[in-house]
Each structure stands twice: as structure tokens, then as C-alpha cells.
Write a protein that binds this ligand. Sequence first.
Ligand code: FAD
Length: 398
Amino acid sequence: LKKPNIVLLGAGYGGMITAARLSKKVGHDANITLVNKHDYHYQTTWLHEPAAGTLSADRTRMPIDSVLDLNKINFVKDEVVEIKREEKKVVLKQGELEYDYLVVGLGSEAETFGVPGVHEYAYCKWTVNGVREVKEHIEYQFAKYNNLSEKKDELLTFIVAGAGFTGIEFIGELSERVPELCKTYDIPQEKVKMYVIEAAPTALPGFDPELVEYAMNLLESRGVEFKINCPIKEVTEAGVILASGDEIKAETVVWATGVRGSSIIEKSGFEAMRGRIKVEPDLRAPGHEDVFVIGDCALIINEEINRPYPPTAQIAMQMAETCASNIKALMDGGSLQSFTPEIKGTVASLGGKEAIGVVGSKKLFGSTANFMKKMIDNRYLFLLGGPGLVLKRGKNPM
Ligand code: FAD
């Protein structure tokens, strides 16, 4: 009997957990292949730290062969170019793969909402290589400033577009690091300007107002200026132009206004909303019995508010568990489970020992929230690789 080919695309939160669970559930009864651009896995949820330079980028990544059993999983380091659904094939930069079951977990890309200049002039890649560039650029701005005979304010003006989760976590880290950068590069702190610009009527939409107020007060006390209800019309070489027509000159614009699903989804002809496929309850793409879609590429509706769930690592990991069980069920001729997210809480770090969040029905502030944030980061490592991985790669919660 021919063993089925299970092909997993993307080694992010969704792809890694699916691979780990499938290797246990189906073992050698299937050919499991995992494809990823790099031979390492990185934790996207940590990337605001290396972006601001408060953590080494290497701390956010780990070799795939150090966590997955590559005796049971065939790992292919390559870039996915297109999924040929009718032919049940995946086109890679350097070859092709045939599948019986496909899992799409290619993550997301920046959502620009059609604002011109984002890809050209803003930093918008939340990947290991993307954030390394942001960190180097920020340090260079500080290093350059003192050596210019005519000081330019825009050198030390930092704009974050978007006061959602990513934008707030990044400015939290940056505002925490600025005093140290000023000291290192002999720059008075008042020369540094930090803006968070948000089109919506509030920062951290969807968060409890008391937590939002705490976060904004704290960040303002570190010198961050919020411009809320203030859409950006264009990003230029010189900075940003607001819908009001005003310009803020800045040599650093970090884009964090949200994401859309991987461009491979639309390129492959799947029906999608902002690059995300509205999946069936069992996580399959509509009309495709052999294609599962998980993580940021999948869209599911929160029936209570009739709006999509935001794309999160928490949901990606939960989807991976269901996806692995459903593939096993398909192989065994059993029935498939429906996926229901179980939101355990959300915690946003604010730099240093500060954070805010909700866990269960409890609001958390400051160091308690910060402790919880690190426990959440460690929990993922535990689910992926057990206590050994937490000891090796985890964060000290104290
Ligand atoms: P990812 O984890 O992004 O993985 C996708 C993988 O696919 C990557 O390894 C990538 O290299 C690979 N890939 C992409 N394209 C290709 C291609 N063409 N070919 C081959 N490989 C490819 N969520 C939370 O739940 N809690 C948080 O606190 C939180 N904080 C965040 C902080 C930041 C700064 C950011 C940016 C996001 C945060 N998120 C958080 C969101 C979370 O990171 C994502 O929802 C999660 O990473 C999605 O998981 P995924 O498996 O879909 O994709």
C-alpha cells in the first residue's frame, strides 16, 4: 500500500506543532515533508525585542533539526512559489512536491491598506532578517547624529505606524532602550522623538480601556507621543504624510498596522479575504478535501461578535493540534473534529518589566503581567519540545 504524502508548508507556530504532533500520531505510516524558507524556526511573537535591540535575534530562532525528529519528517529548505491545487502539487523555487494532504501554514505579510510607500520606505518585515535590519538602522541613526555638523531632527525621529499589539510591543521595547542608546552615543534624551500613529479611534483596539490607559500613560512617561484617529496617507523618503496633509519628517518608520495572509494564497487561486482563507470548521479550505489551512493564513469567525478572530500564535498552535488529529482521522477513515479556539488570555509587553493583559477574566498590570508574558512564551516551548526546550531556550520569568 502506498503511504500518503503529507506536505506541510511553513515552519512557524502552526507548522511546527503540526509536524511534531503528526510525527507522533502517524509516524512512519505516511511520508511527512516540512518545507520552510530557512533551516530554523523563529518565534514571531518575540520579534519586537530584537527589532528594538533588547534581545539578540538569535534568541528567537532555533535549528529545526534540534526540535523535530527528522527521522520521521523529511525537511526541505526551500521557498514555496505556488500551490497547484488541481495537480495536487507545490511548486518550490528549486523543485516540486506532490501531496495527498497539504497543510498551509505560511504565516502573514504586512497589510498596507493601499498606503503608498510602505514597502519602499518603511520597515515592515516581521521576520528574523527583517528585524535585524531595523535594529542596525536604529543604532546607525544614533551613531550618525553626533558626527553631522548640521543636526537633523529626523535622524532621531522614530515613527511607529499602528497602535495595535505589535506596534505597542515594539515602542515599549524601543522607549525602554532609548536612554541607554542616548548614553552610549552622547545624545541628550530630549533630542529623540517617538510617535505612535493610529488610524482607529483608540490604541490597542479590543483591549480593556483601563489596560489601554495604563499602557499609554506608561509609554508617554517614557517620551512616546500618540497620534490617535490619525490615518497616514503616504510614507515617503522623508517621513510620513498624514490624512490632514501634515508631514512628520523621520528617517525611521516601522510599519505595524496589521497583517494579511501569505501572498502565496491568492497567487494560487484560493478565494481569500485579505489573503486569508475562510476555512471550514474542520480547518479545510472550502472545496478542497485535502488542503488544511492554519495560523495567519486561515480566517475563522468569532460568532459572538460576528467578526474574524485576530491572527495570533495562540490560535495557530490550537489549530495545529486539530489539524494533526484531522489528518490522522482522514487516514484512518474516522470523523473530523471541528475547531473552536479557546482564548486563554492576551498579554502585551511594554518593555522592561512592564506589561498589560487579561488572563481568564483577570486584568494584569506591570510586573505581574510581565511574569505572565514570559510564562506564555515558555509554554509554547513546552508544547513544542517539552521541559528540555524550556530549560534550553526559555525566558527567565523573574
Ligand atoms: P508564522 O509563525 O509567521 O510562520 C510562518 C513560517 O512560514 C515562517 O517560518 C516563514 O519563514 C515561513 N514561510 C513564509 N513564506 C514562505 C514561503 N514562501 N516558503 C517557505 N516558507 C515560508 N500572537 C500571540 O498569540 N501572542 C502574542 O503575544 C503575539 N505577539 C506578536 C508580536 C509581534 C512583534 C508579531 C509580529 C506578532 C505577534 N503575534 C502574537 C502574532 C503571531 O506571531 C502570529 O499570529 C503567528 O506567528 C502565526 O503563526 P503561523 O504559524 O501562521 O505563521
